[in-house]
Write a protein that binds this ligand. Structure first.
Ligand SMILES: O=C[C@H](O)COP(=O)(O)O
Length: 325
């Protein structure tokens, strides 16, 4: 299940930096923590409803590999898994084999974009290739280098770019400079879908997370994303609530829907159900689709397929029965 270019929402004109939207913000930490605790304690769907939600989660995954030892061969295996994320016979038993279920995208380093494009073209697949860029994961390279990286990933065929923000600009309160930098990334992305990674584990406070979310959206991000997966703290529910409230407020102010991508440390099917519940409750059903919600994960799919196997067969799969990339 893929989205077309037409479904990707682009800001028709990038709104100007509006200091008023962030000037007096103060996040109520206790209220956020209480809400996060509540959502984790809620019951999640069971039986066939759980299986349906898990398939929905699969279609929202950016299947990721971001490792120093990535090679063309593991990128090829990743792409094949993204094209057929759940075993055909399991989908057939669920009568879902002809529904075009794929992950939302594959996500790789810029140097591996060409490998992914090559395999996907050979497999006649139009699955999007996302690439991290801008000095991922720290963003600590000169601006020119970061911009060049975006240009190169786009030139190699990435249609989605996951940029990282400059945390120094957040921690020193330089909001307008942060806006200017993200606007430059937006321009460099051209028609590519831009997901802005806040690296929430390094922003210090919930208030900074809210402000950075707002600035990233003002600068034309299609998605805001929690983390690189390389920080000590990655996707957490309290931070997600702060980011989702920023998305909601931005929508109320502008009428523009920005997507949300939690990433980093999401490994179990049960967690994916909590994420889907949270997005449904905080932002509504419109966000329950790959063009407004992604799960950035390298190993989540393995557990989801395992749970689907259990739902279909009543047994847990041995490792060799569900090969992973
Ligand atoms: O953007 C995706 C993350 O880097 C994946 O993190 P993970 O390996 O903890 O699933």
């Amino acid at each position: 299940m893929q989205f077309t270019k037409g479904q990707l929402q682009k800001h028709s004109s990038i709104p100007k930096f509006n200091f008023f939207w962030i000037a007096k913000v103060k996040v109520n930490t206790q209220a956020v923590l209480k809400r996060a605790q509540h959502v984790q304690g809620q019951k999640t769907p069971k039986k066939q409803w759980q299986a349906a939600w898990l398939l929905k989660a699969v279609t929202c995954i950016d299947l990721t590999t971001l490792a120093g030892d990535d090679t063309p061969s593991n990128i090829h295996r990743l792409c094949l898994k993204a094209i057929q994320p759940v075993r055909y016979d399991l989908l057939k038993k669920m009568d879902m084999h002809d529904k075009g279920i794929t992950t939302a995208a594959v996500c790789v380093y810029p140097s591996r974009v060409a490998d992914a494009i090559k395999l996907l073209n050979a497999a006649n697949s139009s699955l999007p290739v996302a690439s991290v860029a801008t000095g991922f994961p720290t963003g600590q390279t000169p601006l020119e280098t970061r911009l060049q990286e975006v240009h190169m990933a786009v030139a190699d065929g990435a249609t989605e770019i996951d940029i990282v923000i400059n945390r120094m600009l957040v921690l020193t309160g330089q909001w307008e400079a942060l806006y200017d930098e993200i606007c430059q990334f937006r321009q460099a992305c051209s028609d590519a879908h831009m997901k802005t990674i806040l690296a929430i584990g390094e922003l210090g406070t919930f208030t900074n997370v809210y402000k950075a979310s707002m600035v990233a959206m003002m600068a034309g991000s299609d998605f805001i994303k929690t983390s690189t997966g390389k920080e000590v703290v990655n996707a957490t529910y309290p931070v997600a609530i702060v980011m989702m409230r920023a998305i909601r407020n931005y929508f109320l102010c502008t009428g523009h829907k920005v997507g949300f991508k939690p990433a980093g440390g999401i490994r179990t099917a049960q967690e994916s159900l909590v994420w889907l519940t949270l997005i449904k409750e905080e932002l509504g059903n419109d966000w329950l689709c790959p063009h407004l919600f992604r799960l950035g994960a390298s190993s989540l799919l393995a557990d989801i397929e395992r749970q689907i196997y259990h739902y279909v067969t009543g047994q847990y799969a041995a490792y060799h029965e569900l090969p992973m990339p």
